[in-house]
Design a protein around this ligand. Structure first.
Ligand code: SF4
Length: 342
């Protein structure tokens, strides 16, 4: 049976609404969620491509019995401090909480990589509406390419005469569409570059890319010193919550912990973008995955939209939606259910 229900796009941290269309429990597409206050029915290519990928998924039943037994057996043969769980803001709040409890109870290592971003004070965080009223918008990274529903707000700000400046290490779409483009060789002097622009009272810095947490902290320091606002556009739909709950690691820290571990369990995280797969050689690897990362023993989990879920977006707003598919024939388990069985 064809169903259309509200949920949140899982492809980045902006928190755009989607109307998810499913047929007999399988995703078949999306339809504009016109009343959604963030995106008013519009969705970007990243969202559409991901939904199209999910529409190729034909799994809704899995026999967990042997897999769970195998995982339990493996875990029992390895010292707890040699077991590392790596998760991400792809998990909703309930799932993150159950992962944190599980790792604490068992004294496993718990890591996340949030692309060098870290938790910031809510007082300096810009809302999406504030973008349209800003006098000056400084973008770091390619916002137009990666977060186009925020780019739409920047265009509205330009129509309201905001000055726009893009800073990036390479030519990019956002730079092309800004009043000024500043090409830098390295982010090490990012604070000096921003200062040289001449900040206005009502300035907002929007950032979706930085090479180290140290350089991100320089941006935060500058925002605090100048009493302006910052909007970090985080990688995953629930990265904001992930940063509140788990202290993120750098790639080097993750590499070191992996090299000291015997078993690595990825939970709703595909590390291929930032980890050299060689670091996983000779390690036991298990992946609890929504869309099969093909890393080690792959254990399917329910999609974000197949359970009540809550994601907190980049401006700190939590959105909760019920199961958007409602398919009684789907026996896939949530991460929480799997952890309870291990
Ligand atoms: S901007 Fe992000 S949340 Fe919005 S539709 Fe695109 S990928 Fe999804």
């Amino acid at each position: 049976m064809l169903k259309i229900n509200h949920t949140i796009c899982p492809k980045c941290s902006i928190g755009c609404g989607i109307n998810l269309i499913s047929n007999d429990g399988f995703i078949v597409g999306i339809n504009p969620f016109k009343n959604h206050e963030i995106n008013e029915g519009k969705n970007c290519k990243n969202c559409i491509d991901y939904i199209n990928k999910l529409s190729e998924n034909t799994i809704k039943a899995f026999d967990y019995t042997k897999t769970i037994e195998d995982i339990k057996e493996k875990i029992n043969t390895i010292d707890n401090d040699k077991i590392t769980i790596i998760t991400s803001g792809n998990c909703d709040d309930k799932t993150l909480d159950s992962i944190i409890d599980f790792t604490k109870q068992n004294k496993y290592n718990l890591l996340t990589y949030e692309y060098n971003f870290s938790k910031i004070d809510s007082e300096i965080l810009s809302t999406y509406d504030e973008i349209e009223k800003a006098e000056q918008i400084i973008t770091i990274g390619d916002i137009y390419r990666n977060n186009s529903l925020i780019a739409r707000r920047i265009i509205h700000a330009q129509q309201n005469n905001a000055q726009t400046i893009n800073i990036h290490t390479e030519n990019n779409l956002t730079g092309y569409n800004s009043d000024e483009f500043i090409k830098i060789d390295s982010y090490d002097t990012i604070d000096e570059v921003i200062k040289s622009i001449g900040l206005k009272d009502n300035s907002i810095i929007i950032i979706n890319q930085i090479d180290t947490n140290e350089n991100y902290e320089k941006v935060i320091g500058l925002v605090n010193d100048n009493n302006i606002k910052l909007l970090p556009l985080l990688k995953h739909p629930n990265s904001y919550s992930s940063l509140q709950k788990i202290n993120p690691s750098s790639v080097d820290e993750i590499n070191t912990t992996i090299s000291n571990s015997e078993l690595i369990i990825f939970i709703n995280e595909n590390p291929c973008e930032y980890l050299d797969e060689k670091v996983l050689e000779n390690k036991d690897v298990i992946s609890f995955t929504e869309d099969d990362t093909s890393l080690g023993l792959s254990v399917p989990i329910r999609l974000w939209c197949q359970d009540e879920m809550s994601f907190t977006n980049s401006m700190g707003t939590t959105q909760t939606y019920p199961d958007a598919i409602q398919d009684d024939d789907n026996n896939l388990k949530t991460v929480t259910q799997i952890l309870e069985l291990i």
